[in-house]
Design a protein around this ligand. Sequence first.
Ligand SMILES: NC(=O)c1ccc[n+]([C@@H]2O[C@H](COP(=O)([O-])OP(=O)(O)OC[C@H]3O[C@@H](n4cnc5c(N)ncnc54)[C@H](O)[C@@H]3O)[C@@H](O)[C@H]2O)c1
Ligand SMILES: O=c1ccn([C@@H]2O[C@H](COP(=O)(O)OP(=O)(O)O[C@H]3O[C@H](CO)[C@@H](O)[C@H](O)[C@H]3O)[C@@H](O)[C@H]2O)c(=O)[nH]1
Length: 433
Amino acid sequence: MRLSVIGCGYLGAVHAAAMTSLGHDVVGIDVDPAKIASLTAAEPHFYEPGLGPLLAESVATGRLRFSTDIADAAGARVHFLAVGTPQRKDSTAADLTHVDAAFDGLLPHLAAGDLVVGKSTVPVGTAAGLAARLEASGTGAELAWNPEFLREGYAVRDTVEPDRLVYGVTSDRARELLDEVYAHALSLAIPRIVTDFATAELVKVSANAFLATKISFINAMAEIAEATGADVGELADALGHDARIGRRFLNAGVGFGGGCLPKDIRAFAARAEELGRGESLAFLKEVDAINLRRRDRVVTIAQEALGGHVHERRIAVLGLSFKPHSDDVRDSPALDIAVRLKGLGADVRATDPQGIANARLRHPQLTYVEDTRAALQDADLVVLVTEWPEYAGLDPVETGALVAGRQVIDGRGALTSAAWREAGWTYHGMGRG
Ligand SMILES: NC(=O)c1ccc[n+]([C@@H]2O[C@H](COP(=O)([O-])OP(=O)(O)OC[C@H]3O[C@@H](n4cnc5c(N)ncnc54)[C@H](O)[C@@H]3O)[C@@H](O)[C@H]2O)c1
Ligand SMILES: O=c1ccn([C@@H]2O[C@H](COP(=O)(O)OP(=O)(O)O[C@H]3O[C@H](CO)[C@@H](O)[C@H](O)[C@H]3O)[C@@H](O)[C@H]2O)c(=O)[nH]1
């Protein structure tokens, strides 16, 4: 089938390449000429494991092309909207400017029978509004909402073989077109939920709200563990054996970040207030507050570890991306912590296997070091804030020979405290001994 994907960022670029690999004929559209140039050259403009080879294969088929011209979407039967929905500058609500611009730009190029499919994460009610505009346009095209649940770092696999497919549709025809797009996933008996627009939109934001709540729950337990001498890691393991709770997303530490969870829970709470149901999601403000407190806590531990203040002390910050296997630093706890320590006068040496370029664009004032050993050299304190395998696997004896002071803050519960202590380190956990 001929498809267009409008917005070729972390979501859209993967979607376009993956859909081509599944046999479709795809045009990817983006307003950013630099992104389109690199995608056309089969070079991803961001780091995502497996995307490079997938993109190269897909471009080589001749069935995947990229363009900055929305007119090139004409002729596709299904058009995916995958543009960003960031947090507004003036409130915590979602900024729908890009969705509106992409939708308005697409309208003149639609033909009767086309299906416009929303993938961006939007406030509930957005699809109904767009469907009404589509109807009024007289193009004869239809709308569907098909939220995306991919995780960065696993985006290729999650796109080709998602946990579930959710279709918000108003006709059998829309469902049939989506079934054709997702024939591969359906052949694997991946669950498909066919529902209305509002439910489809809500599945997405409530899934992220639940995940964020789970992380903040365990981080709240970490705060209690810190006050009582309990160990939040052992607590999480014990809780996780209850199949009703489960162990996943119970990793305590510096909390959640990224381009999704933080802005999505804020936008969801803001939407509830617009709907007159603010009290229903008031708890998400607490989820957000617990999350942000964990960043403060790292800074406090750092100050205490260095005798009250970090001024002019050398601190190696291991990690900048919001999680391993990604170069994404949007709302990254790691980057935020590095910036705060620098703001307090510390001599921060920040490193990350993939995140330095993006971090530098946002915070050129930080000192970035490509090599982990160079970042560790002569450090008075080591702060691990993104659990890349190379940091989790650091040898405490070898690392101890590089630093000036053997003090480590394990912001992700990634290190074996006993081994580090045995090698002469003062190990500072977050809710764990
Ligand atoms: N990143 C993820 O893991 C993920 C997963 C699920 C859902 N989402 C949702 O998907 C959406 C996109 O997220 P993202 O992380 O890919 O964002 P992103 O910022 O990486 O990508 C958005 C892209 O849209 C482009 N764009 C903006 N306006 C445009 C227009 N009018 N026409 C064409 N292109 C335009 C931008 O240049 C950018 O490349 C968001 O709503 C997000 O919440 C993201
Ligand atoms: O036990 C845990 C699990 C995660 N995190 C942090 O939570 C954040 C988000 O992690 P993750 O959910 O794996 O990353 P994303 O790629 O942002 O994916 C989320 O956001 C996407 C965009 O909406 C959704 O599609 C995904 O389903 C949803 O998991 C990261 O900072 C993690 O370090 C923790 O602190 N503890």
